[in-house]
Design a protein around this ligand. Sequence first.
Ligand code: GDD
Ligand code: MG
Length: 265
Amino acid sequence: MSRFHVSITPDPDSAAGRPRSHLDMPSSHNKYSVLLPTYNERDNLPIITWLLAKTFREHGLDYEIIIIDDNSPDGTLEVAKQLQRVYGENHIVLRPRAGKLGLGTAYVHGIQNATGNFIIIMDADMSHHPKAIPAFIRKQKERDYDIVTGTRYTAGGGVYGWDLRRKLTSRGANFIADLLLSPGVSDLTGSFRLYKKDVLHQIINATVSKGYVFQMEMMVRAKQFNYTVAEVPITFVDRVYGESKLGANEIAGYLKGLWTLFTSV
Ligand SMILES: Nc1nc2c(ncn2[C@@H]2O[C@H](COP(=O)(O)OP(=O)(O)O[C@H]3O[C@H](CO)[C@@H](O)[C@H](O)[C@@H]3O)[C@@H](O)[C@H]2O)c(=O)[nH]1
Ligand SMILES: [Mg+2]
């Protein structure tokens, strides 16, 4: 029987009334490394950092935030350095790169020095809210899942603030990947995910994509390796500050990557 198993939690906030400390496991020695890729996120970074620190602190969880900035012209790295002074080098780790080298390779770069046994991948622009993280962790513990992925496209999830064109792009990207590759996950292009570090390492080593298509390929590889994947509904709210970096190049890269996977996997 395949170990690939998808389970859906009806409501990510349903656990809100439970005991807070260590997410019900007082003796837990888990550490969570959050990978935050940034490109021109100067205005968002302090807010997301504050909310992440608050979430982990309130639940008594050990964490680090790894910021992978690609030499953003808006001075994001300077802001990150200030945050490091405030929160400490044990909580904020800087892994800058010389230029904009793409989202997929940013994760590969970020994971290299991660000290947590779990890795959380999310956007830095507040579209992924840190308050959902406890639901990811609880879900992971339910059956010791290898991966927990946030989904916008199931009951309880959703997208707010996108225009029709962007909604169709996202739905289309998911539909065509599901049609061709059937990885069995309802949101293939979303990037709010929790991985066991060893699992992420193995999947990353097998992954060839460099840009946004990376997220989708990761789920295809997870299926290939028979890892267990659980889903948690999330609400994606479009950014307030700054702009999306998803352009025509990324869409073309997605289609190319999809075709490569279809013909090789
Ligand atoms: N370091 C680095 N960071 C990057 C790069 N490109 C984007 N980022 C960062 O990656 C995060 C997501 O980028 P956005 O530009 O905000 O993406 P979006 O349009 O909101 O993307 C949504 O759709 C994507 C494709 O479906 C999803 O992958 C993403 O999670 C989200 O749902 C942000 O923190 C952004 O700063 C890059 O080349 N380098
Ligand atoms: Mg965004």
